[in-house]
Design a protein around this ligand. Sequence first.
Ligand code: PLP
Length: 380
Amino acid sequence: MKMRIYLDHNATSKLQPFVKAAMMEAMDISGNPSSIHFDGQNARKLIENARKAIVNSLGTYSAELIFTSGATEAAQLALESAKAMGFEVAFIGAAEHPAIMAYAKQLFENTVVIPVDGDGNIDCDWLEAQLAQAQNSAQKPFVAVQAANNEIGIINPMSKISGIVKNYGAALMVDAVQAFGKMPPNDYAGFADWLIISPHKIGGPLGVGALLLAPGIEGARNRPGGGQEKGFRSGTQNIPAIHGFGVVTVLAGDVTEFATNARAHRDEFELQIMINWPDAVIFGQGANRLPNTSCFAIPNWSAEHMVIALDLAGVSISSGSACSSGSVKSSAIMLALKITEQLAKCAVRVSFGWNNSGYDVEKIVSTMLDADMRRRSAAA
Ligand code: PLP
């Protein structure tokens, strides 16, 4: 079979071999971590070691970590916690993932969308003005912002945003799903009252995530069931996945190697795009972005057509946000950027990961050139 080239790591990544090996070992553990016998305690040890490894590698030593089934569940528990703590106004970034935006709108009567600037960054001046005004209201506000965007990779200035939020006595929820393992933890982890992460974008397991709670953050500890994860998330924990999460986290503490390699591939790829398609628009190119992410549009070459043409030639990329995939519609950030609908329909995302090489860059560029030639001759 022809080797496929996988360039959709912001959707999910291939399991790293060292993580797979660790998970296979954990599969042999038979105890329920809530049982008090030897086998149960063996299982519990793996959970507690993973909890410690994650908190330590992020430098969030005083946080309480709750394991969940993924980032979506973690985000929704965070929103429920905010509500239970009496926060009544939800300020949500315009480009947030639907796991947060849609659930916030469902949960809070008062949800305010924070606009983003032309690069996709949170409009900090707007946020500050709104929070200043909210000080005079009886309703307590909280703010939910992503550390890095899944589609164009734009990085929000978390230190600045956190300063504004704290200055006005509000609380901060940070979706760090795309930041985890791609950005230094100092740039996102310490600022959050609620921090949401999951390991499957960097070669960790699917179906597991975590919510980290800063000291003093409470609420919503009443999920009916066995009371696991201190009542936040009842249900017997997924031991192999949690163990794999703990093991892959070593990569999140120091991202230097990943960032250097991914940036080299991404920058070479974008250079080739600019040379071969001078009218291409690369979103957020001059802004602070994740090192592995390139989102661009070649005018009049629809994302749908490009993704299918590349797929048929053995290259996987994404159009729109793969998190809401299946449909090829303009994503939250494209709408927030206020670009024309026509250009948004041409936006595709290439995201590099731990197992890509320079060969993959050559291969995607040559595949795109072939596909473009066929497209043009068909149109002629
Ligand atoms: N937040 C961001 C920024 C994401 O990119 C994703 C998924 O890709 C999620 C949240 C939801 O993660 P999951 O589908 O793993 O629950």
